[in-house]
Write a protein that binds this ligand. Structure first.
Ligand SMILES: [Mg+2]
Length: 317
C-alpha cells in the first residue's frame, strides 16, 4: 500500500496505552515492552479471512470485537492475563468509516480486557485480519490441554450452540433470527477472568472454537484419557434447544463451533469451588461428564448412547 495512505494503524488505532509496562507503543519500528520477571509469556495468533471465517457483510464494529475476542479466548484457555497485542490488516480498499467502526469494536474490548495494542501493519488485498496476543501467567500455572487424569470432572463455562444456530439462520432466512445467538457468533465474550480463576484448580482447559466434541477431543488425546459426557447436561439456550428439536438433532451443540466458552477438567474435590466461581462470574456453565481410563468420547443420553457418523452426532445406538 503506498505510503501516505497506509499509516492507517497510526491514524485509527494509536491510543494512549493503559498499561505501565508499555514503554513505547505504536509509531516506531518496534514497540518496547517491559518483560515480566517471574512469569512466563503466553502467546497466540489467529487470522480471520473474509468469506472463510466471517460473512463479507458483517458489521465492522463486531468484526473488530471478534478478531480480538478469539485471541483473548486462547489466553483465557491458558489461564493467562492479557498484556499486549498487535494487529495486521489486509484491506481491499481504504474505507475510513469501516476503519473507524472496526477500531471502535477492537478498542472497546481491548480496554475492557486490559490489553494494549502496541503495533500493527496494513497491506492491500482481500480482507483479512491477523491479531497476535501476548499474556502472562505464573511459571507452572498455565492451563494446558494435557493435564487431565481419569476421574476428573468435565465442565463447560456456558451455553453451547448459540453461535452455531446463528450461522444456520444467517444462511437460511426461513429460520427465526435470534439476538442472543447472533451475539454469541459476532461478539463472543472471552472468558479471561474465569481462565485466571481456574489456575491451580483445573487440570486441563481449552476454548471451544471448533465444537465441543472436537475441542474436548483435543484434551482427551493430549491427556491420554477418555470421557463420558451426558447430552442433557450440556447447557443450551432455550432457542437453540427448540431448533435442535425441530431438526431432530440432539447432538447439534457437540458439533457447532465459535462459542468461545471454556471446556475444562477438574479433580472432583474442587467441584464446589468451581461451582462457586461460575456462580460468582454469572456464568451458566456446569459439569457435563467425567474423564475415564477407557479411550474415546462416549456420549450418553436418556435415549441411549450417541455415536458419531459422517454428518455429525445424530444417531442413537
Ligand atoms: Mg484455542
Amino acid at each position: 500500500m503506498p505510503r501516505g495512505e497506509f499509516d492507517l494503524i497510526d491514524e485509527f488505532f494509536n491510543r494512549s496505552p493503559q498499561r505501565s509496562d508499555v514503554l513505547l507503543a505504536i509509531g516506531d519500528d518496534c514497540a518496547l515492552l517491559e518483560a515480566p520477571t517471574s512469569e512466563v509469556i503466553a502467546l497466540s495468533v489467529d487470522t480471520l479471512v473474509s468469506g472463510v471465517h466471517f460473512f463479507e457483510d458483517v458489521p465492522a464494529k463486531t468484526l473488530g470485537h471478534k478478531s480480538l475476542a478469539v485471541n483473548l479466548s486462547d489466553l483465557a484457555a491458558t489461564g493467562a492475563e492479557p498484556l499486549w497485542c498487535t494487529l495486521a490488516l489486509t484491506l481491499p480498499e481504504i474505507d475510513r468509516h469501516w476503519l473507524a467502526d472496526f477500531s471502535d469494536g477492537f478498542h472497546a474490548l481491548a480496554h475492557r480486557s486490559g490489553i494494549d495494542l502496541v503495533g500493527g501493519d496494513t497491506t492491500h488485498g482481500p480482507l483479512a485480519i491477523t491479531v497476535h496476543v501476548m499474556g502472562r501467567v505464573p511459571k507452572g500455572n498455565a492451563l494446558l490441554r494435557s493435564g487431565a487424569s481419569p476421574g476428573d470432572l468435565i465442565y463447560v463455562s456456558g451455553p453451547i450452540g448459540g453461535a452455531g444456530y446463528a450461522l444456520e439462520f444467517l444462511r437460511n432466512p426461513e429460520l427465526k433470527a435470534d439476538a442472543f445467538c447472533l451475539k454469541c457468533l459476532q461478539e463472543p465474550d472471552p472468558r479471561v477472568t474465569l481462565g485466571i480463576s481456574l489456575r491451580g484448580l483445573a487440570s486441563a482447559c481449552i476454548d471451544i472454537s471448533d465444537g465441543l466434541a472436537a475441542d474436548l477431543g483435543h484434551i482427551l488425546s493430549k491427556s491420554n484419557v477418555g470421557a463420558t459426557i451426558h447430552l442433557e447436561k450440556i447447557p443450551v439456550a432455550p432457542q437453540v434447544r427448540a431448533y435442535m428439536e425441530s431438526i431432530h438433532n440432539p447432538g447439534f451443540p457437540l458439533c457447532t463451533g465459535d462459542d468461545y466458552e471454556l471446556c475444562f477438567t477438574v479433580p472432583p474435590h474442587h467441584q464446589s469451588r468451581i461451582d462457586a466461581i461460575l456462580e460468582s462470574l454469572n456464568l451458566d456453565g456446569g459439569c457435563i461428564g467425567q474423564t475415564t481410563n477407557e479411550p474415546g468420547l462416549s456420549i450418553q443420553s436418556q435415549q441411549g448412547a450417541l455415536y458419531l457418523n459422517r454428518s455429525g452426532y445424530e444417531h442413537f445406538r
